[in-house]
Design a protein around this ligand. Structure first.
Ligand SMILES: Cc1ncc(COP(=O)(O)O)c(C=O)c1O
Length: 372
């Protein structure tokens, strides 16, 4: 690679956040002047704004996406050891949340064509101990919610949506975070809506759950020093809420930019790679644009040598993660494992230009033309 050529990064948070620098600084100054550090006006405003954005009645800011999932589960008070159905190909947080809440994750394989949980397999896995389906809108694509909602109704199961990768994704005008009683969001800095540190939120339209969660995120306390529940300390940081309030105004622009980049990839990448389906109706917000190929490792190396950074989401299937061997002993997930072995995520950040994406596309097409 020519070292004078700029690298195309997978993500460039510095550049992404640069355009908000002045607004961030002003927010920080007023935060400092106010001197109210925890659960203040910024958190309340963000909760109102984000609930409105999602079309939910309520939103509660919490410390991160993992806590949003744990708290969401805890709010239901399922009996200990209840079974929760979860896709076998998700970021580990979804599964960890179930374990941390005292329940048993039951891995369900995804559809190979969209990588979200396979509704047909859900039904087969339901037992008398099953209490909930934890849906993940993986990579930014909404799961098959029409089918999942009807299964949940039929079998009297709760739906908890992991929306960490899919802020604003929608099906027929209904946004993620509102299909079940609980939606869990992460605002980790690289997410479509990212804070400048850890942050998360829960959406719900159920008033009783909202009130309970409001206490649960704050030591289970409704009134200072009176603890109605055994909760967590998981409050959205006031300063992060202030930054999120600024960036939320631009979330649709971030998403539209990513959709445009995804469209370019879909239209111009060689058919020798498996591409995601392209949606321009909001079903997919392209948090991650992944392709699949049996030459994944060679391609990743070739791109790296040519100054292009890629990522793998994720390299190891949860059932094969060392730390989880106790939970998934003898459990095989061939579809998930196949995805993990062949997937490659291409640059698709708001900080990436169309020109970046054209170069990435050209290099990938060249790889398949020359090397194979
Ligand atoms: C699908 C999914 N669920 C949950 C999380 C957890 O979010 P956080 O890192 O904010 O705890 C993430 C974050 O990477 C995620 O991608």
């Amino acid at each position: 690679m020519n070292p004078t050529e700029p690298w195309i990064p997978y993500e460039n948070l510095n550049l992404l956040n640069k355009s908000f620098e002045e607004e961030f600084k002003q927010k920080f100054d007023s935060f400092l002047a106010k001197g109210w550090y925890v659960l203040g006006e910024e958190v309340t405003n963000f909760e109102t704004n984000f609930a409105k954005f999602c079309g939910a009645k309520y939103c509660l800011g919490v410390a991160n996406g993992l806590d949003a999932l744990i708290l969401g589960l805890k709010a239901f008070d399922f009996p200990e050891g209840s079974e929760v159905l979860v896709p076998s190909n998700t970021y580990i947080a979804t599964i960890l949340a179930i374990i941390n809440a005292g329940h048993k994750p039951i891995l369900i394989e995804p559809n190979m064509d969209d990588y979200t949980i396979d509704p047909d397999l859900l039904i087969k896995a339901i037992t008398p101990k099953t209490k909930a389906i934890m849906v993940v809108h993986l990579y930014g694509l909404i799961a098959q919610m029409d089918k999942i909602v009807s299964i949940a109704k039929q079998y009297n199961l709760e739906i908890i949506e992991d929306c960490a990768q899919a802020h604003g994704a929608q099906l027929n005008g209904v946004k993620v975070g509102t299909f079940g009683k609980i939606g869990a969001f992460s605002f980790y800095p690289t997410k479509n809506l990212g804070a400048l540190g850890d942050a998360g939120a829960i959406t719900t339209s159920d008033e009783a759950l909202y009130l309970k969660l409001k206490a649960l995120r704050n030591y289970g306390s409704e009134k200072k020093y009176f603890n109605k529940y055994v909760g967590l300390n998981s409050r959205l940081d006031e300063l992060q809420a202030a930054f999120l309030n600024i960036k939320l105004n631009h979330l649709d622009d971030f998403t539209n930019h990513k959709i445009r980049l995804a469209q370019y990839y879909n239209d111009h990448l060689t058919n020798k790679v498996i591409k995601p389906k392209f949606y321009d109706n909001g079903q997919h917000v392209y948090h991650i644009y992944n392709i699949r190929t049996n030459y994944r490792d060679e391609l990743k190396h070739f791109l790296f040598e040519n100054g292009i950074h890629t990522e793998i989401h994720y390299p190891v299937s949860p059932n094969q993660q060392k730390g989880y061997s106790l939970y998934f002993k003898d459990i095989e997930c061939p579809i998930s494992e196949e995805i993990h072995n062949t997937t490659l995520s291409l640059p698709i950040s708001f900080a990436n230009s169309l020109n970046d994406v054209k170069q990435v596309t050209e290099m990938i097409n060249q790889f398949f033309l020359n090397a194979l």
